[in-house]
Design a protein. Sequence first.
Length: 147
Amino acid sequence: MAPGCLRRPIQIGKQLKGVLAYAEDPCGAEQGFSGREVMAEFRRATGLPTATNMIATDWRQMGHTLSLQSVDIPLADPHFWTMQGSVRVAQMCHEFGLTWGSHSNNHFDVSLAMFTPRRGSGAGQDHRYRYPLDLAGGQPASDQTTF
C-alpha cells in the first residue's frame, strides 16, 4: 500500500487513466522519500506517463530521475535550462525513449520564439507542424495568418 500522501494521487490517477495523456508533478517528496522516488511509485501504480519541471532541475537530479524511471516527459524549457541545456535534454530524451516537453508560462511571444527552434534541434525531434505555412518572400500568405 502506498504511503499516506501518495494514496490519493494514485487513486485519482487510476480513475483518470485513459483520460489523461500524462500527469504533471502529481506528487512530491514525503516521509523521507524524494520526489523522484515517490513519483516513480505513482508511475508504477497508475501506469500513467509522468511529466515534471520540479523533480529533475539539474543534471544530477535528472540522472537519479532516469535511474528510478520516475518521468516520461522532462519539461525542460529554455527559460530554466537555457537554450543549450534544453537541446541537451531533448537529445537525452531521444536516447532514452522519453518525450521532451516544455513548461508553459506567460511570455508567449518570447517563449514561442525560443521553443520552436529548440523543438527541432534535438535528435529525433522530427515532428512537423500540422498546418505548415507556405512562405512567399519570407512571409506567410495572407490567408494563413490565423490558426
